[in-house]
Design a protein around this ligand. Structure first.
Ligand SMILES: [Mn+2]
Length: 315
């Protein structure tokens, strides 16, 4: 095993409050040589239906990630010793122009996809995931979607806009970027526009597990369901931070009560060990609404580390 080319700043020498903020204190690099994975910020939030602010998500998650250590005790793996990771910085975006931002994201991620560098994207509102999927589908074809969110994001349009943060997975299914029959959406809850909202997602082919059912299943049965659907396919995991209850993650665009604790979310993620992740994101962190001590950004940073760990284990 060759040691990874890149390592984080040693927090036993330079304390965590020192230095420039990058994801997990990794080097900020645009050179992809020798990289297995890269944290990529996409600070776009003008496709939101309620509270804006997720444009500041990457900055807040990077700051919270300064506390993270590379060894993952639950998996028994030094994540940053088993894969070489850097912070690629933020992609350019066009505020107010979702389609223009999609073009920039697709162009921005293409070099990573070409080089086989695993993208860990930090959003940004959920609209950005469509462009991530487009970039990855060029290499992987239709992917299995593992989606944790309070919402299915399979509405057809908002305000005459087909590209919005609540339409992402309908578009992804229509464009053939994901394979709905291999996909699972879980955590859905809250008020809806109508009884058909969840059924519309199922009609697209997704398996939809509402929050009550997910809580009843627990991590092991959830993981069995996911594995049965996903199989060996390349998978993309999208984690909307509003999967968490607003008590744990108030800093988000469209909070829904009766959600999951951070501990429950972590257990669900860790149950997915072995799935073949080819990309992932953590989206909808809106720091202007975060609570004292930044619980939302802290949760998102830890989710991001768990996603990196899942990737490291599937290599
Ligand atoms: Mn959501």
């Amino acid at each position: 095993l060759t040691p990874p080319r890149h390592r984080p700043v040693d927090s036993r020498i330079y304390p965590r409050f020192a230095g420039v903020r990058t994801f997990m204190r990794l080097p900020h690099l645009r050179d992809l040589e020798g990289l297995d994975a890269a944290a990529v910020g996409i600070p776009f939030d003008t496709a939101t239906s309620f509270r804006p602010g997720a444009r500041f998500g990457p900055e807040a998650v990077r700051s919270a990630s300064a506390l993270l250590r590379p060894y993952h005790p639950a998996f028994g793996v030094d994540v940053l010793a088993s894969i070489s990771v850097a912070d690629y910085g933020d992609l350019p975006v066009a505020p107010g122009d979702t389609v223009g931002t999609y073009r920039r994201i697709e162009e921005g991620l293409a070099p990573l996809v070409d080089a086989g560098v695993f993208p860990l994207v930090i959003g940004g509102d959920h609209s950005i995931t469509l462009a991530e999927l487009r970039a990855l589908a060029v290499r992987h074809g239709p992917m299995a979607l593992v989606h944790l969110d309070a919402h299915t994001d399979t509405w057809d349009e908002y305000f005459d806009q087909r590209y919005f943060h609540g339409t992402t997975f309908k578009r992804a299914a229509e464009e053939g970027l994901v394979e709905p029959a291999a996909s699972v959406q879980a955590g859905m809850r809250g008020s809806l526009f109508g009884a058909s909202d969840l059924e519309d997602a199922r009609a697209l082919g997704f398996e939809v597990i509402p929050s009550e059912q997910l809580r009843a299943l627990g991590p092991d049965a959830y993981a069995r369901t996911v594995r049965a659907r996903v199989g060996d396919r390349p998978a993309f995991l999208s984690f909307d931070i509003d999967f968490l209850d607003p008590a744990f993650a108030p800093g988000t665009g469209t909070p829904e009560v009766a959600g999951f604790s951070t501990a429950e979310a972590v257990a669900l993620l860790r149950s997915l060990r072995g799935i073949r992740l080819v990309g992932c994101d953590v989206v909808e962190v809106a720091p202007p609404y975060d609570g004292p001590g930044q619980p939302t950004a802290t949760a998102a940073a830890n989710v991001a580390l768990d996603l990196l760990a899942l990737r490291a284990l599937s290599k």
